[in-house]
Write a protein that binds this ligand. Sequence first.
Ligand code: NDP
Length: 310
Amino acid sequence: MSDGERRVQVAIVGSGPAGLTAALYAARGQLRPLVISGVPAGGQLLITTDVENYPGFPDGIQGPELVDLMRRQAAKFGAEYIDDNVTRVDFGQRPFTLWTGSNGIVHADTVILATGASARWLGLPSEDRLKNHGVSACATCDGFFFKGKELVVVGGGDSAMEEALFLTNFATHVTIIHRKGDLRASQVMQHRARNHPKISFSFDTVVEEILGTEKVEGVRLKHLPTGASSVLPVGGVFVAIGHDPATAVFRGAVDLNAEGYVKVREHTRTSVEGVFAAGDAHDHRYRQAVTAAGMGCMAAMDAERWLSEQ
Ligand code: NDP
C-alpha cells in the first residue's frame, strides 16, 4: 500500500446521527472505524437549533452540540475521523475502495453509507434568513413551537399533505400553497387534507417572499395565472417540496431507487454484500435524528456480524 492509502475494517461515510452511532457501535466492537465525515461534518443537525425530541435531553439541546457529543462519544472508544468528502468509490472488489478529496484512498473490509439527505428549499433570500425563526422543513421536529399560530405549507405532494395534517394539531389554520392547479399527492392524502376543517388551499400560487425581520410574520404570494400579488399574515412557513438524498457518489456502485435513495433489504443491507446503509440516505419515511441513530446502530451490528462471518 502506498503513501496516502490506508486499510480499515469499517469505513463510515457521513457523520450525522446515523454515521456517528454506527461509529460508536463499531468502535465499542473493537473495529476501529474510520468516519469520512463529509464537509461540513455533522449533517442536518448542524443547521438545527432546538432539538426537543431527542430522548435524554429534557431541556432540549442545540443540533450542533448534539453532533459534537456523539462525535466525542464515538472517538472515546477509538473512532477516527477524516473531515473530507468521498469523491469516488469502487465496491466492485474487496477490500472496497473510497477516494477522498485530499486525504488519500481508504480500503475498507466493510462500508456503512450514512450520507443523509437534505430538504429542498425554495431558494429565497428571506427563507434563508428566517430558517429556524419560523421557517422549517420538518413539521414533526418543529410543529410544537407553533401552537396557536396560522401557518403555511408549501408543496403539493404527500409530504405537504402530511405536514399540513400534522400541523393542525397545533395551528389555528394551515394554508397549503401549491404552484399548480392539481396536487401530486396520493388520493387518500389529498382527501384527508381537503376535508380537514383547519386546512385550505391556494392553487397556482407561489411564495415570492417570506415577511418578517426577527421572525416570520407573513408571506407575499403571487397568483400565477393573473400575476396578482397578496400578503397572507402567518406565524410560520413549512417548506415541503421534497428531499434530495446525498448519494450521487454511490450511483453505479450500489442500487439506488428512482429518487436516488439507497435500496436496502433486511433493514441495512445494500445490493453489495458488505456494504450497509443507515439513516436518511435510504430512509425517506421517518427522517428523524433518533431513527437515523437507531439505523446507525443496526448497520454497525450488521457489519460486525458480516465481518465475523467472513
Ligand atoms: P414530491 O416530489 O412527491 O412532491 C414535491 C412537491 O413540491 C410537488 O408538488 C412539487 O410541485 C413541489 N415543488 C417542488 N419544487 C418546488 C419549488 N421549487 N417550488 C414550489 N413547489 C415545488 O415530494 P414529497 O416529499 O411530497 O414525497 C416524496 C415521496 O415520498 C413520494 O413518493 C411520496 O409519495 C412519498 N411520501 C409518502 C407519504 C405517505 O404516503 N404518507 C408521506 C410523505 C411522502 P409539482 O407538483 O408542480 O412538481
